[in-house]
Every structure is written in structure tokens, then in C-alpha cells.
Design a protein around this ligand. Structure first.
Ligand code: SF4
Ligand code: SF4
Length: 449
């Protein structure tokens, strides 16, 4: 049978060296963190929850519900500006070190592949070889492990999106009770499997929008994995014992062989480069062997190569930093002044005041109370000033489920003697037990004296 090599266009060599060891340690910590965080709870709720379906988020214990549009908008804007600032200064550090796609691809899936099929040369030979029992065993084992890891990642994703409790229910209760969510796990397992087994580096080079933004975000001072062409060019093979007029690049192509996205870093900064550092290690090994200084490929900037300057902070960086400080200040203010509930209370449309026989005046209002927390609240509304009373229509149950809402109508009844003008500002509050959750105002209309 003819082997299909179309699905594996790239066979990067196994990376090894100082930078790779650092990345292994960092990636191990990231993977451990990713799997541990959903199980950490603060005050009974998950430390991080990203329920995009219901627009409920918990970021380090701060619940952001559908009503927190200010908080949500400012958080998103701050996150976006932070990404821009970070990328302008540090280039694609995120891609190489912390992006889950790179971390799982390079540190889990590719490690499995190297362990079972061997290095790049052996993988290529195996793909071209006929389907012997050895090949079936190796491929079967590899793809089974890929499937198991994809299943684990799909569960991890749902632990962040739906929460660990919901995920536990799907696992522990009969499948037919959660057929939709169980199908979700299977679909995500298939997507991750397809991504890591076939799509691979194309997720970064073709699909990821962040990679495509690089040309806009990077400038000549951004730090990136870069080839020092001032030192390396003109490149040429090394001939021992002869004078070398060329630069330090000995044209060994080791930097190209290890590149998981298949590019040649010597062609300059490219959108496909995920800053994985594999070419730094490969080139340093060669430099060591030929007796040249290491660092022909290194973390550096275009200006550092050409002008030998190490300036990182530019006016553009200061500008982004200033915007970020403003946004974070606004975010801090919104978080500090945030209340657990948000109540709207307006006079019922078309209604007028009612003069009662007992010398009181009534106004009819409709109200809505939104719960901005992730816990059940049993609120009560009270009139703080002026003196008067509230009469709810139909004794409604105001209990608010997590991120829920309750509504109703209420008469506000006030003695005429308390009303000094046609329009009076009412001060009201929402409490739970003795705890005041929110204060707000509305207007009350009375007849002209
Ligand atoms: S060019 Fe170097 S840093 Fe960039 S992806 Fe290839 S090996 Fe990684
Ligand atoms: S590994 Fe270094 S020496 Fe070899 S081709 Fe790449 S840049 Fe040149």
C-alpha cells in the first residue's frame, strides 16, 4: 500500500539545547496550571470560568455577568491593549512560550511522536514504508495516545467554559440526561485531534489572527528570535584551515531543519515564526562545533542588529502604556464601586399620581433587580427617604438566582405632609438581611399645592 505523506508535509528535527530545556520546564508548569486552575475555588466559586455561551465569567474570583457590560467591555479593551503593548515590546513571546496551541503541540503531541516514531529522518522513512505490523503498531499507538490527550483537552476546555461541577455531572450521570453536552465533548475531542494530528503548525500560520497581526504590531525595536545577518552574511560553507572571508553562517541549514513551521529564519522576521527558539539552540550547537561565538540567532531586535542599540521602550510603547494605565484605572474604579445588584425602578408608563382618602399620595412603579453575583440573593427593597411605605403588587418572590433577574410592580405611598414640591427625589435601597447591597434614587410625582 502506498503511504500517504501528504498529511505530514513537515518533519522538524527534534529540538534540544538550553532554550528548549527552559521551554520544557515552563510548558510543564503551564500545563499543570491549566489542569489545576479549574479545581481552585474562592468563596465556593471557581477561580476562573469563561462561560462565553451565557456571558458569565469569573476572573480570579471576580464574577462578570451579563449585566456587567462596563466591566466586560473595559476588561476586553484592557486585554487587547495589553496584547498590543506586550507584542510591541516582546514580539511573539506568548506564541513560543505560553500559547496552549504551541505548548500542547510541541511539548505533548510532538514528544509522543518523537518517542514512538523517532526523529525527523525516521518519521519520514516510516511514512514512506509499506504498512508492516511494526508501522501499524507505531501509528496505532501514536494516534491512540493523540486521541486520549485530545479527549483530556476537550474536557479541560469544558471545565473552563461550563465549570467543573457541570462537567462532573456529564461524566457521572446517565449520558442521555446530557446528550447535548456529551456530544460537545466528542466534537471538541475530534477538533483537537484533527488540529494536533493534521493541522499542526497551520493553526499558527494560517488560522490564528494574532500571527497575522504581527506586521502591524512589531516595530524595529521589538524583541524577537532573529538571525544576525550583519554577523552571518555572506554565508558560506566552512573549509577548515583556509581563510574565511564570509560571515559566521556556515550554511548548514540546521536552523531550517528544526523549525516546526518550516521557515528559514535567515530570510528575516516572518509571520510564520512562532518564536519557539528551536533555531537558536540548533545554531548555537553549530557555532560551538565550528568555534564561533554563540548567538548568531538569538532574542534581539532589528535595531540591535543594525544600530547595535538595545533600546526597547519607544514613544509608541509609552503611548500604549499610558492608555493601558488609564484603562486599568477605569477598571479598578468600576470593580471598587460595583454593587451586588443592579436595580431599575421607573414610574409605570402612562400612570399618574393617586390621591388617597387617608391623605397619602401613591405612585406606581415597575422594577427589575439583576443579580450581579454568582450566588442566590434574597433581596428586599426599602424606602429610605422620605418617610413612606411600599406596597408590592401580588407579593412577588424576589429571590434572585445566580446572575438572575426578578421584576414586579410596586406602589410607593407617602403622606402629603412629607411632600414639599410636585417632584420629590426618593432614596431607596436593596438589602439582603442587614446587608445593604445597593442604593438608588427615583422621582415621585405629587399634585401641585
Ligand atoms: S524560525 Fe526559529 S523561532 Fe521561528 S518558528 Fe522556526 S525554529 Fe521557531
Ligand atoms: S544554523 Fe546557524 S550557521 Fe547553520 S544555517 Fe542556520 S544560521 Fe547559518
Amino acid at each position: 500500500m502506498k503511504a500517504n505523506t501528504e498529511t505530514r508535509p513537515l518533519y522538524p528535527q527534534r529540538p534540544m539545547g538550553k532554550w528548549h530545556n527552559r521551554r520544557v520546564a515552563f510548558s510543564t508548569a503551564i500545563i499543570a496550571l491549566l489542569f489545576v486552575v479549574p479545581f481552585i475555588r474562592i468563596d465556593g466559586q471557581q477561580l476562573v470560568l469563561l462561560n462565553v455561551l451565557e456571558r458569565k465569567f469569573i476572573i480570579f474570583g471576580v464574577f462578570i455577568g451579563p449585566q456587567d457590560y462596563w466591566l466586560f467591555g473595559l476588561s476586553m479593551l484592557s486585554f487587547f491593549v495589553f496584547i498590543v503593548l506586550f507584542t510591541t515590546v516582546f514580539g511573539r513571546l506568548w506564541c513560543g512560550w505560553a500559547c496552549p496551541q504551541t505548548v500542547f503541540m510541541e511539548m505533548v503531541f510532538r514528544k509522543i511522536e518523537y518517542a514512538i516514531e523517532g526523529d525527523a529522518g525516521k518519521q519520514k522513512l516510516l511514512d514512506k514504508a509499506p504498512w508492516t505490523s511494526d508501522k501499524i503498531l507505531k501509528k496505532g499507538l501514536k494516534y491512540t495516545l493523540f486521541l486520549i490527550v485530545s479527549f483530556a483537552i476537550a474536557n479541560l476546555l469544558l471545565a473552563y467554559v461550563l465549570g467543573v461541577d457541570e462537567l462532573y455531572k456529564i461524566i457521572s450521570e446517565p449520558i442521555q440526561d446530557h446528550i447535548g453536552l456529551f456530544s460537545g465533548i466528542i466534537i471538541f475531542t475530534a477538533i483537537f485531534y484533527w488540529n494536533f494530528a493534521w493541522l499542526r503548525e497551520q493553526a499558527c500560520t494560517v488560522v490564528c489572527p494574532y500571527g497575522r497581526l504581527q506586521s502591524v504590531l512589531l516595530d524595529r525595536n521589538s524583541i524577537n528570535v532573529a538571525y544576525d545577518y550583519e554577523r552571518g552574511e555572506p554565508r558560506g560553507k566552512l573549509h577548515k584551515g583556509t581563510h574565511r572571508p564570509e560571515g559566521d553562517c556556515v550554511n548548514c541549514f540546521q536552523c531550517v531543519s528544526v523549525c516546526p513551521t518550516g521557515i528559514d529564519i535567515r530570510n528575516g522576521t516572518q509571520m510564520e515564526c512562532v518564536n519557539c527558539t528551536a533555531c537558536i539552540d540548533a545554531c548555537d550547537t553549530i557555532m560551538d562545533k565550528v568555534g564561533f561565538d554563540k548567538g548568531l540567532i538569538r532574542y534581539t531586535s532589528e535595531n540591535a542588529i543594525v544600530k547595535k542599540t538595545t533600546k526597547v521602550i519607544t514613544p509608541r510603547t509609552w503611548g500604549y502604556a499610558a492608555v493601558l494605565v488609564l484603562l486599568w484605572s477605569a477598571l479598578g474604579f468600576v470593580v471598587a464601586t460595583r454593587t451586588d445588584t443592579q436595580t431599575t425602578l421607573f414610574r409605570a408608563p402612562g400612570s399618574r399620581y393617586i390621591e388617597n382618602a387617608d391623605g397619602t399620595v401613591s405612585n406606581l412603579y415597575t422594577f427589575k433587580i439583576f443579580n450581579k453575583t454568582n450566588k442566590t440573593i434574597v433581596p428586599s427593597i426599602s424606602l429610605d427617604a422620605p418617610h413612606g411605605k411600599l406596597l408590592f403588587a401580588g407579593s412577588p418572590d424576589l429571590t434572585l438566582e445566580a446572575a438572575g433577574m426578578s421584576e414586579g410592580t410596586v406602589f410607593v405611598i407617602i403622606q402629603k405632609s412629607e411632600l414639599k414640591s410636585r417632584k420629590t427625589v426618593l432614596k431607596l435601597s436593596v438589602s439582603q438581611g442587614n446587608q445593604r447591597l445597593e442604593s438608588f434614587e427615583t422621582t415621585f410625582i405629587a399634585p401641585e399645592e
